[in-house]
Design a binder for this molecule. Structure first.
Ligand code: GLN
Length: 530
C-alpha cells in the first residue's frame, strides 16, 4: 500500500503535548499491524538543537546515527520502539542550507530562489522521504499555527494534501481553556485556530482538544459544527496521571479509527494493546515511592527528560513510583551535601557541559561513594565520578577534566584526540551509537543480562584518560566497559559498593515503554534495596 501521511499541527498555545499525540497515533497504528515512522519538523533556524541551551529547548535527544534532535523524538522512540535517524528530524535551518548549497553549486542557474516553490519543495521532499518502508508517516510540525516561521511548512502541507488526496490526514491540536470566574469551558480559541488553518488552505480532518476538564458531547458538537469537522473526529486530550495513558484514551475515543476512515482504509478490529495495558496496570498499582536525586544544574523538567522517563519506566517494572528530586549542583557545599542528599534512595549525577555546577557533582559523587548510596553518573556525571576518585582516593590534588581546568596537573578526563582539530561547535561531538565491550562478571554486564557487547548512544568531546587506567583499577575503580575500536573507557564501576557506576554513554536514550533500559532497572532495583 502507498504510504498515508498524517500531519500533526498545533494551535492556540505551545506545550499542548503534540509530541505525545503524534507518538500515541504511532503506537495505535503499530498495534493494528502497520509499519509507522514519525518525524518532527521544527521551524527554527538552528541546523539542530545541539547548540541550544536546555532552558531554550529542553533536552537534546540523540539518535543512533548521531543526530542531535528535538526531545519529541524521545517520545516517539519510547512509545513506539522505533529507532529514528537523522531523517526524522528537520529544521528550517537544514531546509535553507540544502537549498542554498544547491544554489551555490549552480543547480538553479538563471532562476530566482524563493520560499515558494524552492523552500516548500525541499520541505515536501523531506516530508515524503521516509515513506518508502512505512504504511504511515506521521509528521509533527513544531510551533503554533500563525507563527511567521511555520508558514512555509503549512504551505507544504496544503500542497501535499492536494497531491495525496485521502492519503493525507490533518490532525490539529488546540486548547480549550476553562474560565473559573465564568465557570465555563471556552471554544473560541479553537475556532480561531482552525480559521487560521483554513485561511492557509488547510481544513483539519481531526481535532484533538487539550483540556483540563472533561468536555461533554454538546461542547464537542459545537466545535465540530463551527470547525467543519465530523463529531467523531473531535476527540479530547484530558490531563492524565501519566503520558502513557494517552494512547489508550485516544483509542477509546476512536482517534486511530477516525484516521483510518479519513484515509479510506478499512478500520477492522480494535487491537487489545495487551502489553501496553499490562504496563499501565503495573504503573497504576505501584504505590511505594522511591526518591532519586538528580544532581544537575538545570531546574527544568524537560532538561533531563529522557533520564526522568527512564527512571519512571524502570520504576514501574520494579514495582515502585520513582520520585525524581532535582538537586541543584551549584548550591551543593561540603557542609550541606549530606543534608541535601538525605532521603535519596539513589542519586543520578547528570550530564552537562562547562564548569558551572561541576564542583557540586564531585561532592555528590564523593558523598555517595563514601556513604554507599547507589549512584549513577551519566556522561559528565561519570567524568566527575572519575575526577572525585582521582582526588580523594588516588590523592591526585587538582585532578580534573581538562574541559574544566585546562592547566590541571592530572587531566584524568581529557579531550579526545579526534576532537583536537575541531573548530566548529555544531554537530562535531562524538555522537550516536558505538559499541561497548563489557567485562565479564562486572555489575554492568550482569545488569545487561550477562551481555558482553552492547551498543549505546553518545554525546561528548572528553574521555577517560587511559594513561591513568592502571592506577584507577589498582585502587578499585574498574574500567568495565571499553569501546573495542578505540579503547575508549565507556563504563567505570567501583566494586564492593551497592551500586556505583558511571557511563560515558547515555543509556537514557535507549529506554522504551515495553523495554525499560537494563542499567536503569539495575540502578532502581539497587536503590530500592531489592
Ligand atoms: N562535557 C562533557 C564532554 O563533552 C560531557 C558531555 C555530556 O555530559 N553530554 O565530554
Amino acid at each position: 500500500m502507498d504510504s498515508t501521511h498524517i500531519f500533526v499541527t498545533g494551535g492556540v498555545v505551545s506545550s499542548l503535548g503534540k509530541g505525545i499525540i503524534a507518538a500515541s497515533i504511532g503506537k495505535l497504528l503499530q498495534a493494528r499491524g502497520y509499519q509507522v515512522t514519525i518525524q518532527k519538523f521544527d521551524p527554527y533556524i538552528n541546523i539542530d538543537p545541539g547548540t541550544l541551551n536546555p532552558y531554550e529547548h529542553g533536552e537534546c535527544y540523540v539518535t543512533d546515527d548521531g543526530m542531535e534532535t528535538d526531545l519529541d523524538l524521545g517520545h516517539y522512540e519510547r512509545f513506539t520502539g522505533i529507532r529514528t535517524t537523522r531523517h526524522n528530524s528537520v529544521t528550517t535551518g537544514r531546509i535553507y542550507k540544502a537549498v542554498i548549497d544547491r544554489e551555490r553549486r549552480g543547480d538553479y542557474l538563471g532562476k530566482t530562489i524563493q520560499v515558494v516553490p524552492h523552500i516548500t519543495d525541499e520541505i515536501k521532499r523531506r516530508m515524503l522521504r521516509n515513506a518508502s518502508s512505512a504504511d504511515f508517516v506521521i509528521t509533527e510540525v513544531g510551533g503554533t499555527i500563525g507563527d511567521i516561521e511555520s508558514a512555509p511548512f503549512m504551505e507544504a502541507i496544503r500542497q501535499l494534501r492536494q497531491e495525496l488526496g485521502s492519503r493525507a490526514v490533518c490532525v490539529h491540536l488546540t486548547y480549550v481553556p476553562y474560565l473559573k470566574a465564568a465557570g465555563e469551558l471556552k471554544t473560541k480559541p479553537t475556532q480561531h485556530s482552525v480559521k487560521e488553518l483554513q485561511g492557509m488552505g488547510i481544513q483539519p480532518d481531526i481535532l484533538v482538544l487539550r483540556t483540563e476538564h472533561h468536555l461533554d458531547d454538546a461542547l464537542r458538537s459545537k466545535v465540530a459544527s463551527f470547525c467543519n469537522v465530523e463529531l467523531e473526529c473531535v476527540v479530547q486530550s484530558e490531563d492524565m496521571p501519566s503520558i502513557y495513558e494517552v494512547p489508550v484514551s485516544m483509542q477509546r475515543q476512536g482517534l486511530d479509527a477516525a484516521i483510518l476512515r479519513k484515509a479510506g482504509i478499512p478500520v477492522g478490529e480494535t487491537p487489545a494493546m495487551q502489553p501496553w495495558r499490562d504496563f499501565l496496570a503495573k504503573q497504576r498499582s505501584a504505590t511505594a515511592t522511591l526518591a532519586i536525586g538528580l544532581v544537575g544544574k538545570y531546574d527544568l523538567q524537560d532538561a533531563y527528560k529522557s533520564i526522568r522517563e527512564s527512571l519512571s519506566l524502570a520504576g514501574t517494572y520494579c514495582g515502585v513510583r520513582v520520585q525524581p528530586c532535582f538537586v541543584n549542583s551549584e548550591e551543593l557545599t561540603p557542609e550541606n551535601v549530606g543534608e541535601r542528599l538525605a532521603g535519596m534512595a539513589g542519586v543520578i549525577v547528570c550530564p552537562g557541559f562547562g564548569p558551572r555546577g561541576v564542583a557540586g557533582k564531585v561532592l555528590a559523587a564523593e558523598w555517595c561513594r563514601t556513604h554507599d548510596v547507589p549512584a549513577f553518573g551519566i556522561c559528565l556525571g561519570m567524568q566527575m565520578m572519575v575526577v572525585e576518585f582521582a582526588r580523594n582516593v588516588l590523592g591526585y590534588a587538582g585532578a580534573d577534566s581538562s574541559e574544566m581546568n585546562p592547566a590541571t596537573p592530572h587531566p584524568v578526563i581529557d579531550l579526545m584526540a579526534e576532537q583536537m582539530g575541531v573548530t566548529q561547535k555544531g554537530g562535531t561531538m562524538r555522537l550516536g551509537a558505538y559499541e561497548c565491550e563489557l567485562a565479564e562478571g562486572s555489575r554492568v554486564s550482569e545488569a545487561y543480562g550477562g551481555a558482553s557487547l552492547v551498543s549505546e548512544r553518545h554525546r561528548h568531546r572528553y574521555e577517560f584518560n587511559n594513561a591513568y587506567r592502571a592506577a584507577f583499577e589498582a585502587a578499585g575503580m574498574k574500567c568495565v566497559g571499553i569501546n573495542p575500536a578505540s579503547d575508549l573507557v565507556e563504563v567505570v564501576e567501583v566494586a564492593g559498593l551497592r551500586w556505583y557506576v558511571g557511563t560515558q554513554f547515555h543509556p537514557e536514550y535507549g529506554s522504551t515503554v515495553l523495554r525499560p533500559h537494563p542499567l536503569f532497572m539495575s540502578f532502581v532495583r539497587a536503590s530500592a534495596g531489592s
